[in-house]
Design a protein around this ligand. Sequence first.
Ligand SMILES: Nc1ncnc2c1ncn2[C@@H]1O[C@H](COP(=O)(O)OP(=O)(O)OP(=O)(O)O)[C@@H](O)[C@H]1O
Ligand SMILES: [Mg+2]
Length: 255
Amino acid sequence: MIHIEDLSVCYQGKDGPITAIENINLNISQGEICAVIGPSGGGKSTLLKVLAGIIKGYRGRVLIDGRKVDPKTHRIGFIPQNDGLIKWRTVEQNIRLSAKIKDGRKHIDRNYYLELIKRLNIQGMKERYPNQLSGGERQRVSLARVFLLKPHLLLMDESFSALDAITREEVRRVFLDVWKAHRVTTVFVTHDINEAIFLGEKVVVLSAAPGKVVNMMHNPLFGKSCSFTTGDYAELNRKLRKMLRGDQNHAASCI
Ligand SMILES: Nc1ncnc2c1ncn2[C@@H]1O[C@H](COP(=O)(O)OP(=O)(O)OP(=O)(O)O)[C@@H](O)[C@H]1O
Ligand SMILES: [Mg+2]
């Protein structure tokens, strides 16, 4: 369980402090997958960096399972916007390396490794280097890498945004399959409303800077493989789009 209470973060800009997020309150249950959407500059990446333990100078309380965030005690998997793969390591080395470093052990859970590369359909690419893969393949490798860590918390910052529409859909689906099999508590940031509707059990809408929670909803269309153009999808998309534009009256009626 993630508990965020009155979280505010200020950066020191050269013209004075910049409040990136302000008084955010949010609970994410064990095994839940939460999509965060919001305008550019609204503090989405800042929120993820606090959860990852990268930003430590914040106001408020951030607890994972009742304890202050600490990457040394919590296993946190972070997929940055660029896939974060090491270019001079093969696919196999990339996948296994972070689990080995995290555990300080020579061996990884081999059965789990084999299951992941099968599910993500990258068995045939183990000896290749990242620059010999397509964007979608690289994303699937970074998913394998992060799932192999068996994280308590998975954080993804616009992980699928660089992919073309077809590949993005395919990677989202594969991600959801692996996620369903292991139910890792996940927070992911996206600009893409359809992605939030497809992958977010809970959808959190942040305002423009400084980021505040404008709305939070349990998403009835989570994981539904219906077309993005069906009535329900289109309606929810329209509501979320209005919230993002800052139409507060409409937002309040949607919870
Ligand atoms: N290291 C920093 N120093 C100063 N200001 C920063 C720093 N990092 C971010 N900011 C500012 O904090 C605000 C929030 O930034 P953040 O990167 O969290 O936004 P975001 O919602 O992730 O935006 P985007 O959707 O464009 O990725 C922005 O105004 C940004 O300019
Ligand atoms: Mg960002």
